[in-house]
Design a protein around this ligand. Structure first.
Ligand code: 13P
Length: 294
């Protein structure tokens, strides 16, 4: 079923587990994610960034794919606009039926981030769409530096930010970065800061840059309060790798067969991920509603 991201994350916050938010750009990726969730009895968040959408298709074309597959699934699915930075994209997503929008004001001043996030909240909430915002700044892994203290989320500021904006989930900067890390590097996360943020805010917290973070870091991040883990690079790389392997096997030189193999392998990747971050088995014990494990 299609639900607001808040509904999924409030439950994850209450029960202390993480939910995968996979950037997905086509039918095969969306279906792999939702079927994996169905088989794992887990929630899932399907998300896409404005540039990913515009490069490949349009919100009008992609949103119905997610909505249709979500409506026929028995587990909760949310559709999130990832990293919206302007009102035009955010309003378009709300109109297209996204059930959450992320406003990324992490490159703005604190006051500007507060003002713009607050406005997004008032618009999105008026039609039942939840909102994620970011405080601190999660950079690109190619930047290379560990834990630039100035960019990490400040606990006192975070409390003020959440109180003033009313956001439903907060993306925090605690040491991960977007994209591929340099070969062999595993990021060092500031778990102490993360635990303090959770204790102060007691709300769903989001980890961007889930790719390459490493299983132990992911488990520890969830234990310290992360409820949503964004995964883009690893999912895309997984698809490319499967495709390359299929192409090198001449017997599989068929586009439909390759697409189906990519989807099947991605589904297994998502299932494995769900087991690591603790969302597997949380739904579907025969009770009604998405919150089936109270
Ligand atoms: P990765 O590409 O590092 O997984 O980051 C994804 C992300 O945070 C999307 O918002």
């Amino acid at each position: 079923m299609l639900v607001s991201m808040k509904a999924i994350l409030d439950d994850a916050n209450q029960h202390g587990y993480g939910v995968m938010a996979m950037n997905s750009i086509n039918l095969e990726m969306v279906r792999a994610g939702i079927q994996a969730a169905e088989e794992e009895k887990s929630a899932i968040i399907i998300q896409m960034g404005p540039n990913q959408i515009k490069q490949h298709a349009s919100m009008k074309d992609l949103a119905p794919i997610v909505k249709n597959l979500a409506e026929s699934a028995s587990i909760p699915v949310a559709l999130n606009l990832d990293h919206g930075t302007n009102y035009e994209d955010i309003i378009a997503a709300v109109q297209a039926g996204f059930t959450n929008v992320m406003f990324d004001g992490s490159s703005l001043s604190f006051e500007e981030n507060v003002a713009k996030s607050e406005l997004v909240v008032s618009v999105a909430h008026s039609v039942g769409c939840s909102v994620e915002a970011e405080l601190g700044h999660v950079g690109q892994a190619v930047d290379g530096d560990d834990l630039d203290q100035d960019l990490l989320t400040n606990v006192a500021q975070a409390k003020e930010f959440v109180e003033r904006t009313g956001v439903d989930a907060l993306a925090v900067a605690v040491g991960t970065a977007h994209g591929d890390y340099p070969k062999g590097k595993v990021p060092k996360l500031d778990f102490e800061r993360l635990a303090q943020l959770k204790a102060e805010l007691d709300m769903p917290l989001v980890l961007h840059g889930g790719s390459g973070a490493g299983e132990e870091n992911l488990k520890q991040a969830v234990a310290c309060g992360i409820n949503k883990i964004n995964v883009c690079t690893d999912a895309f790389s997984h698809c490319v790798q499967t495709m390359a392997e299929s192409l090198s096997d001449s017997k599989k030189m068929d586009y439909l067969a390759i697409s189906m193999t990519v989807e099947a392998n991605l589904k297994q990747f998502v299932k494995d991920y769900m087991r690591v971050i603790g969302s597997s088995g949380r739904y579907g014990y025969g009770k009604t509603g998405y919150n089936g494990h109270e």
